[in-house]
Design a protein around this ligand. Structure first.
Ligand code: KG4
Ligand code: ZN
Length: 337
């Protein structure tokens, strides 16, 4: 079964054709990052406009690359929540138009579910149940994936998402948007014990996260140094900050695995590309005899292939939509509308 997946929830316009939820036939991503970089972050109005301009070309390209026509597609899957509302609407309306014109089924896909499904593309043997740490620019969740479309949230961030914390700290350290990847790279050359940063936890909710204090600690240390005219070694600060964030993520993930008795650990979302996070979780899994899965780097960020992969399992479950489908800026991963 061939599914066309369409993604436009943030700043990438993406489309892909995937067979049986696992085999990628094409994967086209048009990134707007260079334009948003000028403003230090995503400008929602610009994002919507660029999606509108790019979407038909991106979808046509994805079909061509897969060597198939729209008639040879079995269903159209689209990200409908959560995300920037104007950006989501472009993908949803385009998918509705395609579904109506071609008579193909329309499958609404939750963005975080699709990030998790990126793992099905890279790891053909991976099947639920498993424990998943989803770390993106907008979300940080520990999720029990009981089945492909049955999820239970164990923990979440109370304030900033991990990716947001990386981006804000990187920006304060003078790196361009999106800073997470630059901070990760620079951290490789620094001393992770040069600066002391807190390891925040949430009272009474041991699986929840809190990152806003860490970001403030970076800003305070930078201001203090500037006031005293002291030079800060940015690679050392980046390495110390990365270590603090990763330790919080790993600590709660290991705790969740112990509590639930999970034997399989999975990471997903843009921050799952982080080198230290991948290495530390792999190490914990080896020590504890758990299996460890992560997406290939090209499927960590937003893409259409992960939407098509999750779309396949939503389709099998009968989670389809009609022309009444609307985009939704906020929606929990465990309850679909
Ligand atoms: O999942 P994603 O592409 O978009 C959302 O759904 O939010 O995640 C983007 C986030 C950004 O905050 C970006 O800085 C972060 O993922 N990111 C990283 C790395 N690569 C991307 N953060 C830390 N280390 C990385 N290597
Ligand atoms: Zn995403």
């Amino acid at each position: 079964m061939r599914i066309l997946g369409i993604e436009s929830s943030c700043d990438e316009t993406a489309a892909s054709v995937v067979e049986d939820g696992r085999k990628v036939l094409s994967n086209v991503v048009a990134s707007q990052v260079e334009e948003h970089k000028l403003y230090g972050g995503v400008v929602p109005e610009i994002a919507s406009r660029r999606h509108s301009e790019a979407i038909s070309g991106v979808v046509r390209h994805a079909l061509e690359e897969a060597g198939c026509t729209l008639e040879e597609i079995d269903a159209i899957a689209v990200t409908y929540a959560p995300g920037l509302i104007g950006a989501l609407l472009v993908g949803v309306n385009f998918a509705k138009g395609l579904a109506m014109a071609s008579g193909k089924p329309l499958v609404p896909v939750h963005h975080l579910r699709s990030h998790i499904a990126a793992n099905y593309l890279t790891n053909p043997q991976l099947e639920p149940p498993f424990l998943c740490l989803v770390v993106s620019g907008g979300h940080t969740h520990l999720i029990e994936v009981q089945d492909y479309t049955q999820l239970h949230i164990l923990g979440r961030t109370r304030d900033d998402a991990a990716g947001e914390a990386f981006d804000k700290a990187a920006r304060a350290m003078g790196m361009p948007y999106p800073g997470g990847i630059h901070l990760d790279k620079l951290a490789e050359t620094g001393n992770p014990d040069a600066f002391s940063f807190p390891r925040p936890s949430v009272n009474g909710a041991p699986l929840d996260f809190s990152f806003s204090g860490l970001k403030t600690a970076v800003i305070n240390q930078l201001h203090n140094a500037a006031q005293k005219g002291q030079e800060i070694c940015i690679p050392d600060m980046a390495a110390s900050f990365r270590k603090a964030v990763v330790e919080c993520l790993v600590h709660n993930t290991v705790e969740a695995a112990r509590q639930t008795g999970a034997k399989r650990l999975v990471i997903a979302g843009g921050v799952s590309a982080n080198r230290l996070l991948r290495a530390r979780l792999e190490e914990e899994c080896r020590k504890n005899g758990w299996e460890f899965f992560r997406p290939e780097l090209c499927y960590c960020g937003d893409n259409g292939a992960m939407v098509a992969a999750q779309g396949y399992y939503e389709f099998l479950q009968g989670n389809l939509a009609g022309m009444e489908l609307n985009a939704c800026a906020n929606m929990s991963v465990d309850t679909l509308k």
